[in-house]
Design a protein around this ligand. Structure first.
Ligand code: SF4
Ligand code: FES
Length: 246
């Protein structure tokens, strides 16, 4: 196996250039090194001006997402050796404005997460003296898969609908809404329905399914959206056929 590999890294310094360009760097390629190790090697030894995000280095914080040879990946979980003999092209996540080099603007994503009210809502709170809200393991299983999201935005980078229409609420936000809708302690599903049933909500999704393929945590946002579409359709039919208050 080659002991070095070439990284072709996207560079964008808005004060100097209007378009993205690429710089090439040779980095060591031991079998345990991930793409993020290569970027850190560049930053520490070859070119301190390179800008990118990372934090945990263990697939938890969700901050190191980038396009690696055209696919959205967590760079801390993507091994250099899997791309030998290279080169490997590293670019910022698509579908987001680039701020600098490999760093994208996550403002739109953060606003979308908040729009689906990702917290437990209650119509009435019971007094603290009555104790906590308990769940059975089966009730936990209902939403656990959707709670594994680390907000890495790989699903937005892979979603062709979001690429065409940035108003689309997008995979992770809808999966997060489902995480709370399916929580036995929550009573906020009807509040979330108002946002999710907009044209830019669930109905914007045409079930391409790329979001589920790229998700590093197996959240299955495409499945969450389809499941929610069924719920929304049943609710509309109930509203049409059931007498008010029945
Ligand atoms: S659903 Fe998956 S791909 Fe999308 S933000 Fe969450 S963890 Fe990342
Ligand atoms: S650095 Fe935290 S998920 Fe990659």
């Amino acid at each position: 196996m080659a002991d070095h590999i070439t990284l072709q890294v996207a560079r964008y310094r808005p004060e100097q250039q209007s378009d993205i360009t690429f710089d090439e760097y040779e980095v060591p390629c031991p079998k345990e090194w991930v793409v993020l190790d290569g970027l850190n090697h560049i930053k520490d030894r070859l070119d301190g001006t390179l800008s990118y995000r990372w934090s945990c280095r263990m697939g938890i914080c969700g901050s190191c997402g980038m396009n690696v040879n055209g696919e959205p990946k967590l760079t801390c979980a993507t091994f250099l050796a899997d791309y030998a003999p290279g080169p490997i092209r590293v670019e910022p996540l698509p579908n987001f404005p680039v701020i600098r080099d490999l760093i994208v603007d996550i403002g739109d994503f953060m606003q979308k997460l908040v729009r689906v009210k990702p917290w437990i809502m209650r119509q009435t709170e019971k007094p603290v003296s009555e104790g906590e809200y308990r769940q059975t393991p089966e009730e936990l299983d209902e939403y656990k898969q959707f709670s594994m999201c680390i907000n890495c935005m790989l699903c937005y980078a892979a979603c062709p609908i979001y690429g065409l229409d940035p108003k689309f609420l997008g995979p992770a936000a809808i999966a997060l809404a489902q995480r709370y809708n399916l929580d036995s302690r929550d009573e906020g599903a009807s509040d979330r329905m108002a946002v999710l049933s907009e044209h830019e909500g669930i109905w914007g999704c045409t079930f391409v399914g790329e979001c589920t393929k790229v998700c590093p945590k197996h959240v299955d946002p495409a499945g969450a959206i389809q499941r929610y579409k069924l719920t929304a359709a049943l609710e509309s039919m109930k509203a049409i056929f059931m007498p008010r208050g029945a």
